[in-house]
Design a protein around this ligand. Structure first.
Ligand SMILES: Cc1ncc(COP(=O)(O)O)c(C=O)c1O
Length: 475
């Protein structure tokens, strides 16, 4: 038995990281730049602590981020040398047969380690290791949607438990918190700035109840693009005995690694940038839990030791995955693994275009203002530069006049009018009636989700085409 890092990176007397795709570990050779004239931070200008792609040693081990996206850090040795992860499209797994005279009660010991795909599946486990590698986590858990991932986390709470969260949240998360969990007795407190969240944490800490369990933020938020100081929130949460969970859907570990800034849990809608092609729904959790023991099985699969310490978060989340039945299917796990291989290429490319488009919109007479952390006009631009190595490729903007909204959606040709974000296709979304339709009107008004607000997810099409599309649609 060995710990995760030894198995991934090799201990002095171990060759555990050998196997297909494990040719000499290399540092990132990325010199990806954000393009001429861009002031987007690039991997090559990120400083030693700034996260992925840095040449200085990081918790990524010795492999560069791009290498991890393609190969991960574990030691899968497929029996036939398959380069792509096989899709184990099976509901159940035969146990090794017992010798006829074997009188021992060895039925469990004869399991291959995979029994039933709701509980464990080799394709899904590869994905779970991959997201753990990318986020610098010890454990990954893959679920059937982003909402299933968030639900699994919050299903750990009991009536009377308290949560402090960012006020601006994806509409589905808002619905889960306020229409389901709050009715079951979980108490939510919201704030829209780092200081506001810290004050709410301190109030919870000072209260007689002392039941603060989670601090939960999206950063940047959907759709208002607010940014929270992850390191400051993690200090405040930990001082109050709570855990910090960050929804990292918008930036992905390509640009932001919350665990390296002190967070405990990362949440993803894998349906967005990680899957990356607008063709699947998935959710992921990545959890910091040092000391988890792993081993390599006879087929070269990295396996967790049996997780039976029910006090620990990874065990509890695996228990939720098994018990609520929302585990990600093998084919969707494969699609996520495939999407992740090109994550850095897509993110860099889409970000270059997003910056150009944000500047174009900012100077357009029909646009009142643009919310994009890559613009110096964004109030959290400096914080974004400090804690992330990129700004992502989703932005929101206010049209100057309500009467421009319908024509814009009617006239776009290449950009599609659809909800979601993070895929190869650019999408224009109307939060008021789509993603945030279920948020109560007074809350939407307070956040600024108005009739004039539009969200744009920039894809990987030709940026000139996207600009031309917007120009004619706004004419
Ligand atoms: C920031 C964020 N988190 C979570 C979710 C929920 O993810 P899913 O649609 O995969 O359930 C979304 C969906 O848009 C999102 O934007």
């Amino acid at each position: 038995m060995t710990t995760r890092d030894e198995a991934r990176y090799g201990s002095p007397d171990s060759d555990a990281s050998a196997g297909p795709g494990s040719d000499a570990p290399t540092r990132s050779d990325s010199d990806a730049s954000a393009g001429p004239g861009s002031d987007a931070p690039t991997r090559s200008d990120s400083d030693a602590s700034a996260g992925p792609g840095s040449d200085a040693p990081t918790s990524l081990g010795s492999r560069g981020f791009e290498t991890l996206c393609v190969h991960g850090n574990n030691a899968l040795r497929d029996a036939y040398g398959a380069i792509a992860t096989p899709i184990y499209q099976t509901a159940t797994f035969a146990h090794h047969q017992l010798p006829v005279n074997d009188s021992t009660d060895a039925s469990l010991a004869r399991s291959t380690g995979f029994d039933y795909s709701r509980g464990e599946n080799p394709t899904r486990e590869q994905l779970e290791w991959r997201i753990a590698d990318l986020e610098g986590a010890d454990i990954g858990v893959a679920l059937s949607s982003g909402m299933a991932a968030i639900s699994a986390l919050f299903a750990l709470l009991k009536p009377g438990d308290q949560v402090v969260a960012s006020g601006d949240l994806y509409g589905g998360t808002n619905r889960l918190f306020n229409q389901l969990l709050a009715r079951n007795g979980v108490q939510f407190y919201y704030a829209t700035s780092t200081e506001g969240i810290i004050q709410a944490i301190e109030r919870a800490r000072a209260s007689a109840a002392d039941r603060l369990r989670f601090v939960f933020v999206e950063t940047p938020t959907n759709p208002m693009m607010q940014v929270f100081d992850i390191a400051a929130l993690s200090d405040a949460a930990h001082a109050a005995g709570a855990l910090l969970a960050v929804d990292n859907t918008f930036l992905t570990p390509c640009f932001q690694r919350p665990l390296s800034l002190g967070a405990d849990i990362v949440v993803h809608s894998g349906s967005k940038y990680l899957g990356g092609h607008n063709d699947t729904i998935a959710g992921l959790l990545a959890i910091r839990a040092p000391g988890i023991e792993v081993s390599l099985d006879e087929n070269g699969y990295l396996r967790r030791s049996s997780l039976n310490d029910s006090e620990r978060l990874p065990e509890q989340l695996r228990f939720m995955q098994l018990s609520t039945g929302a585990a990600l299917a093998p084919f969707d796990s494969f699609l996520l693994l495939r999407g992740i291989k090109t994550l850095p290429l897509r993110m860099e490319r889409a970000q270059q275009s997003a910056l150009r488009i944000a500047r174009f919109l900012e100077s357009h007479p029909r646009v009142r203002s643009v919310l994009y952390t890559g613009l110096p006009s964004h109030p959290d631009h400096a914080l974004s530069l400090r804690q992330a190595s990129g700004f992502g490729a989703t932005l929101s903007f206010y049209l100057a006049d309500k009467s421009s909204v319908s024509p814009l959606f009617e006239r776009i040709r290449i950009i599609q009018f659809a909800e979601s974000l993070g895929g190869t296709e650019s999408l224009l979304t109307y939060p008021l009636t789509q993603t945030h339709a279920d948020v109560p009107p007074e809350q939407r008004d307070a956040l600024g989700i108005s009739e004039c607000l539009v969200r744009l997810s920039v894809g990987v099409e030709s940026c000139d085409d996207l600009l031309a599309d917007l120009e004619q649609a706004l004419a």
